[in-house]
Design a binder for this molecule. Structure first.
Ligand code: GDP
Length: 446
């Protein structure tokens, strides 16, 4: 996703500033100008970017900072906080409660991924123990009901719709009633989309909303709509009480900055992002881990949740201890690769780890990346205990490298690649030293 490029540009701007001999007004301005450029290129609305720049300048008053203050850290933290503020409207959205009926209505333009997202949302909650149901109140697009039906059947989620009825309000009301009677606790209503914002769409949406009284209206937005995001989101918000946003197609080439604009326009949080066409390519969206990830720091809280899911309980304290010490041996890397291979959609897990995301595991090349990990592990199988547990990279002299290459049936170059990868990760992980507990809360450790 191009958001990764945005993160890269921001990190580079911060790095360049850090490299300056003195951090003065000029260095700060250059850094902020770079960040402004990157955000505008990523389609973030101009006003938001301008506000962010002036807020940072207000917070970071270089003259008032006494000598000895870590200016770099203060500036980084201010940038991190401002990016979080852009994505956090300050109030959480309604969250459905298990066992208590909630109606959630989806709105958005045609093609935004609304129907797909309805099913993803239902599937996500079903896996967590909810009893969801889908209602197709899109009578405008031929084939909408079929699509919903197909997706719902695949996910074994009850659905309601009609080929004959043309009144979306009637279908929505009937569907909601039916599923209330069936004690479903999450009733999801998919509404019509149109190619562009038009009065008829908004009127229909308003009527469906009035008749079904949703607890939450979710605005679904395609991440590639660019600068139009702000106006589009605002138009929807003015017609129905949008309470949350889901941004789709974050896996594509979209610049993604529109997400920031949609939050500003609707004053509603982004709650999930769509990262592919499949049902499980759907991620919960948390601001702080997202911004950490954007800035290349890895999403520790997401990663920790996954670790708790897959690493046996008795091995967890030891692993945490080692990571907190910043000790990163080849054996730890081996164990992490093992865990990663165990952990379901591999791409998603990878992108949570600092340093693992773009370089080792670019999105869209999961298969190749898996075989790369397996290849690395085969080479590590030919290492001795001393090599695996050493914290001194110099132990890997030429004769050891030749032995590992021969033993594992690989070329010298491939073993060198593995060791380079290890060095790169060890460097990143050592920087995270002690940051584990902090990061669990989602704070950024810089
Ligand atoms: P609707 O008209 O808004 O209901 O949109 P659909 O749900 O029919 O989706 C339009 C297209 O976008 C379909 O081909 C979906 O498979 C695709 N799509 C939806 N969400 C995502 C996503 O997160 N990533 C990708 N790559 N494609 C998506």
């Amino acid at each position: 996703m191009v958001l990764a490029q945005l993160g890269g540009s921001i990190s580079r701007a911060i790095q360049q500033m850090s490299n300056a001999t003195i951090i003065d007004e000029k260095a700060l301005n250059e850094c902020l100008n770079e960040i402004t450029r990157a955000l505008l290129q990523a389609d973030v609305q101009f006003k938001l970017v301008r506000d962010m720049q002036s807020n940072i300048k207000k917070i970071v008053n270089l003259e008032d900072l006494a000598a000895g203050h870590n200016k770099r850290k203060i500036i980084q933290q201010a940038i991190f906080n401002e990016l979080c503020k852009m994505l956090d409207p300050g109030k959480p959205s309604f969250t459905p409660k298990k066992g208590k009926t909630s109606v959630v209505m989806f709105v958005g333009l045609q093609g935004s991924g609304k129907t797909t997202t309805c099913t993803k949302y239902a599937y996500y909650h079903q896996k967590k123990g909810w009893k969801p149901a889908l209602v197709c109140a899109d009578t405008f697009r031929a084939g909408a009901f079929d699509q919903l039906k197909q997706n719902a059947t695949k996910a074994k989620i009850p659905f309601y719709g009609s080929y004959m009825e043309s009144d979306p309000v009637k279908i929505a009301v009937e569907g909601v009633e039916r599923f209330k009677e069936e004690n479903c606790d999450l009733i999801i209503v998919d509404t019509s989309g149109r190619h562009k914002q038009e009065a008829a769409l908004f009127e229909e949406m308003r009527q469906v909303s009035e008749a079904t009284k949703p607890d939450l209206v979710i605005f679904v937005m395609d991440s590639s709509i660019g600068q139009a995001a702000f106006d589009q989101a605002q138009a929807f918000k003015q017609s129905v009480a949008v309470g949350a946003v889901i941004v789709t197609k974050m896996d594509g080439h979209a610049k993604g900055g529109g997400a920031l604009s949609a939050v500003a326009a609707t004053k509603s949080p982004v709650i999930f992002i769509g990262t592919g066409e499949h049902m499980d390519e759907f991620e919960i969206f948390d601001v702080k881990p997202f911004v950490s990830r954007l800035l290349g720091m890895g999403d520790w809280s997401g990663f920790m949740d996954k670790i708790h899911e897959v690493v046996p309980m008795d091995q967890q304290p030891e692993l945490m201890q080692k990571l907190a010490e910043g000790t990163f041996t080849l054996r730890i890397m081996y164990e992490q690769f093992q865990n990663i291979l165990k952990m379901g959609p591999i791409g998603q897990v990878f992108s949570m780890l600092p340093g693992f995301s773009s370089e080792l595991m670019p999105k869209g090349s999961e298969k190749e990346s898996q075989s790369k990990l397996k290849r690395y592990m085969t080479m590590m199988d030919s290492m001795t205990d001393a090599e695996l547990d050493s914290t001194n990279p110099k132990i890997m002299n030429e004769s050891r490298i030749m032995r590992i290459a021969r033993g594992s049936g690989h070329q010298l170059r491939q073993v060198m690649d593995l060791l380079e990868e290890y060095k790169r990760l060890a460097k990143i992980w050592s920087k995270m030293k002690g940051g584990f507990k902090m990061s669990k809360k989602g704070d950024m450790n810089m």
